[in-house]
Each structure stands twice: as C-alpha cells, then as structure tokens.
Design a protein around this ligand. Sequence first.
Ligand SMILES: Cc1cc2nc3c(=O)[nH]c(=O)nc-3n(C[C@H](O)[C@H](O)[C@H](O)COP(=O)(O)OP(=O)(O)OC[C@H]3O[C@@H](n4cnc5c(N)ncnc54)[C@H](O)[C@@H]3O)c2cc1C
Length: 436
Amino acid sequence: MTSTNASYLIVGAGVFGVSTAYHLIQKYPNASVTLVDRDAYDAESRVAASWDWNKVVRADYDDKVYCKLALEAQEIFKSDPLWRPFFHQTGVYWTCRSDYAQNVINNHKELGRNDDIIALPVSEARKLYGGIFDDADYTGVKEVLINRASGWAAAGDALRAVTKKCLELGVKYVTADVATLDFNGRGSCTGIKTKSGEILSATHVIIAAGAFTPTLLEWSAKNSGNAGLRAGERILAAGITTGMAQLTQEQHAKYKDMPVGFQGYTPDEALYWKYPPTKDGELKWWGSKIFTNTREVLPGRHISSPPPTHDYNQWKVPGPLKQDIVEARNLWYGPKSAEWNMTKHRICWDAFTTTSDFIISPHSDSKGLYVATCGSFHGYKFFPVLGKYITQMLDGELEPELMEKWAWDRQRPDSSQNVEYPNCEMKHLLQPSAKL
Ligand SMILES: Cc1cc2nc3c(=O)[nH]c(=O)nc-3n(C[C@H](O)[C@H](O)[C@H](O)COP(=O)(O)OP(=O)(O)OC[C@H]3O[C@@H](n4cnc5c(N)ncnc54)[C@H](O)[C@@H]3O)c2cc1C
C-alpha cells in the first residue's frame, strides 16, 4: 500500500516534514499527503529550527555517511532551480584543534571529489579574507580547514518556497496544534487529534515535530496507555541562543564576502559558528551553551521540552544567554566587535541524539507510526534529500546501513564524545546558584 490508497499525515513542517511531503507527492502524485503544523508556512514568525535567516550548507563531515549525503544535498542546492536561489557559495573557514581537517579531506578524496578543500597552517590562514579573522582565538588550533565549495542557505526563504511548491503539487497544509496521536483499539496509529478536537486520519503518520517530538510522544503515551511510545533516552530537546548585529555600511563592506566560520571541535571545547551577513548587513552567530529545559509535561513526567507557550518564548532571551552571545562574538571577532549594534536574539530549539544521528524509522511500538527527526544541530543542509530517504524508509527500501544508523531502537553510546550535545540546563544558566 504505497501509492493510490495510501495517505500520509506529517506532523511538523520543518525540513524533515516538508522534504518528506515533497518527495512523497512526486513519487505518489495520487496519494493524500498532508502537512500539519502549529504555524502557517508563511507566518511572520515560526518556532521551527528550520525557519531561520541562514544555515550553513556544507559537506565538511568526518562521518562518511553524512559527508556523502551532504554532497548529494549540496549538488541540488547548487543546480536545481527550486533550491538554487537560496544557496550562497561563500566557503567555510574552520579552525581545527584535532585531526578533523585531514579526516574531512580524506573522506572527500575517497568519495572521488575534487572540491576546493585545503588545510592551512594558522599563520597562512589568518591572512586570508582581508585578515577579518586575525583576532580569533587560535589557541591550540592545529590547522584551518577551508572548503570553498561550501556555503549557506537563506533557510526560512527556502523552507517557504519548497512548502509552496508542495502545495502546488497537491500537498495539503493544515495549521493546527497537535495534542496527541490517535490510535485504534489494537494500538495502531491512525491519525492525530488537534488541540481544538479535530481528528485527522491517515494510513501513515509521520512525526517530524523537531524539539517537540518527545513531548508529543509523552502526551500520546498517556492518551493511549502505551508507555512504549515515549522517546525515553533516545531524544533530547534542547535550545541554543543566536544573536544578530546590524553592521554599519562600513562594517558590512568589510564582512560581506566572508565565509562561514567555525571554531572548535574537540570533545572538551565549545563550538562556535558564524555566518556571513545577510544582504541587509545583519551578522548572525550562536552562543556556546546548548541547554535542556526540563519541565513537567504531564503530572509526574519531567522531560526536556521547549517552554509551553505557542512561540516557545523564543524571542524572550534572558540576560545570561545574551551574555553567551557576547562571549562567542569576542572569541571570534575580537575587541573591534564590542561596538556592534546587537539587534536580535532568538532561542532556537532542536531534537538531539547522543550520536547526532537522525531518527528516520518506523516506531517499534505502534503500527502506522513513523519518526523522522533529530536534526541534532546539523539537519538543515540535508533539506533537499531528507525526504528521499524518509520515503525509502516508509516503503521499506532504506539501505541496511542507513536503516541501522537511523533506527528508533539501536544501541547508542553516551554523549561524552559529542561537542554538539546539550551541555547544561537552562534554569542553571539563568540562576547559577540554583545548581549548588
Ligand atoms: C541555532 C541553530 C542553528 C543551526 N544551524 C544549522 C546549520 O547551520 N546547518 C544545518 O544543517 N543545521 C543547522 N541546525 C539544525 C537544523 O536547523 C535542524 O536540525 C533542523 O532544522 C530540524 O528540522 P526539523 O524539521 O526536525 O524540525 P523543525 O524545523 O523545528 O520543525 C518542526 C516543526 O514541527 C512543528 N510542531 C512541533 N510540535 C507541533 C505540534 N504539537 N503540532 C503541530 N506542529 C508542531 C513546529 O511548529 C515546527 O514547524 C541548527 C539548529 C539550531 C537550533
């Protein structure tokens, strides 16, 4: 049942959900494909991690599976008329304190790529790009990886355009808050129930709700009496602060051609990313704190979940998190950035696994239910191809290596080797004395 009589309900219209809809409707033009999201796809403001000013689109991975997948996605960003307008090939500049640069270069060689990718000693690298990164913190840096084939995408604009394309191809879009999954008497998932009480049914229900996935599964476990639905240790919701400065014309001229910048990448150090300015001269970067928000989502059930307001309080960024942004700025741009005019702060929520692997899998505790999420801070760049693999998973055609890597039920190591795993609790950052 994969073509005419199948119906697909996708909860969440971020990159995992929209890419799934895009690939499904092209493979099965007569199938019913519906996206359900709490926010309209063209809303002024959305909670989706995928809805953002910009996201890096790079293939600089030391994991060969993601390296290959990212190259595949990047090709589409560069060549397909639907995606191309949103891609900016600025390159990336990555200060490496481990063997990361050589591992990435080896992967590219093994995959037969001749991209313009090199590792330079610090003394040479810091002279590049007019010396704009000369003031960065190079303590312990072994070499700098430069990949001129990578770049960034205008993330929210691309998400809106691809969603619009899906609608033109016949996908339905329902703006509603999903309160729970819906089940038949035998435990199979048959649809969803919205907060206003509406029930939508389908043969396939795909949860692509990003950071909200564990909460939705908790609520659904209660509603169905099936505790096996819960995410448990598999998925952790966490937030990161982003900040933006409005550059003056003179500052903009200096930074406008900069590559995406990365600092870090060993298990015991922070990771900082910087994006080139938007066309309006706004420069964005992240803080170093990736924080959980443990709260009671049901009586007696405490898990990490975005704040329980419609917009996750994403624009209400407390002082200590703004300070995190200042510290990250100073580490990269040095003292000259102290005078920059900070205009925007946002907390962006994503779903994480300890290995940073996605979960793209049938849910083992309910027939008809599938999970496609856990971007783990790096999922956006795969937007053009995620749905291809999610469709393969739905059709039982995913190759064994990917099936195992992205399985709902698999052994996962602890997070100690993962710098991009949540490293603190939000309330402790806001009131440092609370953890004493
Ligand atoms: C600060 C930050 C920077 C990042 N930078 C990069 C980068 O540079 N490059 C990169 O590749 N990746 C990056 N990522 C990761 C990437 O953004 C995410 O992994 C990816 O966007 C996740 O997509 P998603 O579809 O799983 O979730 P989302 O985009 O969050 O979408 C989930 C959707 O589900 C909806 N939803 C949730 N609950 C409900 C409900 N109950 N009812 C209805 N709808 C619901 C939400 O409204 C939302 O639209 C970054 C992430 C963050 C947080």
